[in-house]
Design a protein around this ligand. Sequence first.
Ligand code: ADP
Ligand code: MG
Length: 463
Amino acid sequence: HWSRICERLKAEVGEVEYRTWLRQITVGPVEEDEITLYLPTRFLRDWVRGQYGDRLGTLWNAEVPAIRRVELQVARPGSASAPVQADGAAAAAPANSEDAAPRVAAAPAPAQEEPRHAEVRSDLAAPLDPRFTFDTFVVGKPNEFAYACARRVAERPSSPGFNPLFLYGGVGLGKTHLMHAIGAELLREGKVSVAYMSAEKFMYRFIAAIRSQSTMEFKEQLRSVDVLMIDDLQFLIGKDNTQEEFFHTFNALVDAGRQIVVSADKSPSDLSGLEDRLRTRLGCGMVADIHATTFELRISILEAKASASGVVVPAKVLEFLAHKITSNVRELEGALNRLIAHANLFGRPVTLEATQDVLHDILKAHDRRVTIEEIQRKVAEHWNIRLTDMSSARRARAVARPRQVAMYLAKQLTSRSLPEIGRKFGNRDHTTVMHAVTRVTELMEQDPAFAEDVELLRRMLES
Ligand code: ADP
Ligand code: MG
C-alpha cells in the first residue's frame, strides 16, 4: 500500500518535493482506524503534517478504507515504537471487507457517526485535494467572475444558465483548485454525489471499459452522478472516440438535469480540434475566463500563503516575488514554499538577500528580455482590452490610450527603432509612435494615477 501511495505522491508533488519531505517517512503500526507514520525530526514532522497531512489521510483511506486517520510522529530510533516495514502495517490493518458501497474519499474526518449523504464517487473518480477549497482561494479581479460562478454552482447545482460551467485559463491559474472547491463544498453540504476526474483519466477509464467489455457499466456509473467535473478537456483533442463518448455522457447528464463542470486551457470557441457540436454545447451554459494574475492578486496570494505558514515574510520580499514570478500561481507558491522551508530548516529570518540567494535558479529562469509582444499583452491585460486591438485600426480612447502606452513602453524597454515598433502595432507609421511617446510623457506629468499605472507596468515588465 505504502509504495503505491508513494508513487501517487511523487506524481502529485514532483520528484524534488517528494525527496525533500516525503521520502523520509517510515510506516508505523496500525491501531484500530489509525496508522502511525514516523519522521526523523520535529521540523519535518510539522512540515509534512501541515503540507501533506490531509492528503496522506485521503490516500491511506483510499488504499485501506479501514484507516481513517493518520498520526505523524517523530521517530525515536531504537525505541519500542521503532518503525516497521510497510508490509507489516498492511498486514496489521483490518481486512478490507468487500464493500459494495462507494467509498467516501474525503479527508478523514474526526470521528463522525452520522451517515453521509454526499459522496465522492471514488469508484470512478479521483479524490479531491483537501487543500483546494473556496476558503483557500484568493479572489481578485482576474478570477472573481470564475470564482463567483463556481460558488454559485456549488450552492445550487444545475441552475439554468450555469450548466455546463466552463472554466478556462492558462496553466496554474486555479482551474483545478476551483473545481475541487466546488466538490468539497457540495460534499460538505451533503447534497449530492460528485465525480471529478481529468479528461485524461476519463479517456483511460473509457478505454479500459472497452477492453473489459464493460462500457455499459462505465456509462451507467457516469450517468448516475449529480455533478460531473472533467478537468483539462483540451486533452481530448484528437481523441475522437473518447470525445464522442464524452459528448453522449454530457448530453445524457444535462438532459437529466445534472450539473457538468468542465475546465480547459482555452475557451470553447478556441478549442479547435474538438468536434463542433461538442464545442457548441460546452458554450451553452456559463463560460468563465480566469485571466492572468495581476500584481495585486499575486501579492494577496503570497500574503495569504505566508500567513498560513506562520513564517514572517517581509512585505518587500513578497513584492519582489510578485514582480519576478508572473507566470503562474503554482510557480509563485513553489518559490514561497522553498523560502519558508529554508527559513524553518536554518532558523534564519527571510530577507530580500536570502531570497535572492535561495531562489537564484528560479529567478534566473524568469529573467528574460522583454519583447514587444509581451508589452502588448501586459498592457492589454491591464486595461482589459483585446490583444488584437494593439494592431487594430480602432481609435476609441479606450483602446487608443493603452496602445499608446504600449508603444511608449516598447520605446523605453526595448532597443527597437520607432519604425520597427510601428510595424508591430498594425503597420503604423513611425511618427505615430513618436506622437504616442510624447503624449504618454505629457499625460504622466498631468495625471499621477495614470503615471502610477504606467510605472507599475514598467516595473512588472522589467522584473
Ligand atoms: P490550473 O488547474 O489552472 O493549472 P491549479 O488550480 O492547479 O491551476 O493551481 C495551481 C496552484 O496554485 C494550486 O496549488 C492552487 O492552490 C494555487 N492557486 C491558484 N490560484 C489561486 C488563488 N487564487 N488563490 C490561492 N491559490 C491559488
Ligand atoms: Mg489543473
